[in-house]
Ligand binder design. Sequence first.
Ligand code: 7TS
Length: 423
Amino acid sequence: MSMDLSQPVISSGDNSTSAYDLERIRADFPILKQEVYGKPLVYLDNGASAQKPRQVIDAMSDVFENYYSNVHRGVHWTSQRSTEAFEAAREKVQVFINAASVNEVIFTRGATESINLVAATWGRKNLKAGDEVILSHMEHHSNIVPWQLLRDEIGIELKIAPIDKGGNFLLDAFEALLSDKTKLVAVTHVSNALGTVVPVADVIRLAHEKGALVLLDGCQAVPHAVVDVQALDVDFYVFSGHKLYGPTGIGVLWGREDLLNAMPPYQGGGDMISSVTFEKTTFMKTPHRFEAGTPAIAEAIGLGVAVDYVSGIGLENISAHEQGILQYATEKLSAIKGLTIIGTAKEKASIISFSVDGIHPHDIGTFVDRAGVAVRVGHHCAQPVMEFYGVAATARASFGLYNTRDEVDVLADALEQTKEFFA
Ligand code: 7TS
C-alpha cells in the first residue's frame, strides 16, 4: 500500500515489508555501520537531513576525481562532461516530479532559497498592499519569514489556516479564509513538526476556484511518497536535496513555465543573461534566468543520483515500509507511560513528535543519544505550531527508508531508561 500525496486520503500503511530488501538498502548507507558511544547508530533525524547512499557519495567523488569543471561555458571536455551531467540531473528531477518541461526545474540552494525566490520575484511583481497570502499554522519558518519580509515591504496581509488539536489541517476553516483578495496559498505538503499530510488536492482546488496560486513546500513529502506536480495541478513546488538522501547546498524550485518566464530574475550575474551592455541587459528564460553564478555542480549531479536511488526502490515501496514503521512506532511509543505524541492527524508521514512528562526534550535528546539514538529536539523551526500546543520544544523521531522496527525498539528502550533516570 502506498501513501499517495496527491490525494487527501492516504492509506494508513501496510505492515508487510517482505518485498522490501531492507538489509540491502541499509548496506548502501556507509554511515549506518557507524557506532556511537560503542552502540550502533540509530539515525532517526531524517526530517532534519537524511543520510547518503554510497551511490550518491561515489557519484560526487567521481565528478571531482574525473570530470569536474564549470558548466555552460567551456568548449573543453571536462566542461562539456560536467554540463551534460548537470543538465541530466535536471531531467531526472523533471521525471521524478513529473514536470511538463525540464525548463520548469530550477536548481537552488534548497527549499529556503526556493521560497525566498518566489516571494522576492513573483511576490514583488504580482502582489500589492491589501493582497492576501494564506499560510498554515504548521509552516516551517522558511515558509513564514519570506512572506513576512514581503508584508513589511509592500503591505500584503498574511492569513493563517488553522489546525485542530490532532494537527489536522481544517479544510472548512481554510475555505472560509479564501476571498477575492487571496492571491497565493503557500502551505506545507507534510508538516515537519507533526507529520501531518495536508489535503493538498482540496487546498489547490479551492484556491484555484478563487483565482489564487498555490505554492507547496514539499521538503517532507518528496522523501516519503510519489509527488506528481501535474496531477496536483499546483503552481510552485519546492524541496531540498539533503532530505531526499542527496547532498546539502542543492534544492529545487519547480514552477509552471509560463509563470516562471513572467517572473523577474532573483539574482543578477553570469549564466542568466542573453546579453549585457552598460545600458541594458536581457535575460535568459527559465531555468537559467534564476540560476545566476556558478551553481552547485557536483551537488546537482548528486541529487540526480539520489533521485535515481529512491526511484529505483520505488516511492510506493518506501511509503509502504515507512507507514509500517510509523504504525509500529506509534503503538510502541504510545505504550510508554507519560509520553504524549504531539500530532496525531489522520494522515501522517513517518514523523513522530512527542513529549515525556517531567522531562525536558533536550534531556530526552541527550539521554537517548548515549544509547546511539539520534532524534531531533527543539522547536523544529516551527515555533507557531509549538506555541499552538503550548510547548517550547518537542522530541522528534523522523523515519527514513532505511529504518527498522528494531531501531524503534532501541528508541523505546532508551526512553524507558530516560524515564527511570529522571524518576
Ligand atoms: N520546509 C520544511 C517543511 C522543512 O522541514 C524544512 C527543514 C525546510 C522547509 C527548510 O529546508 P532547508 O533545506 O532549506 O533548510 N526542516 C528541518 C527540520 O525539520 N529539522 O531541521 C530542518
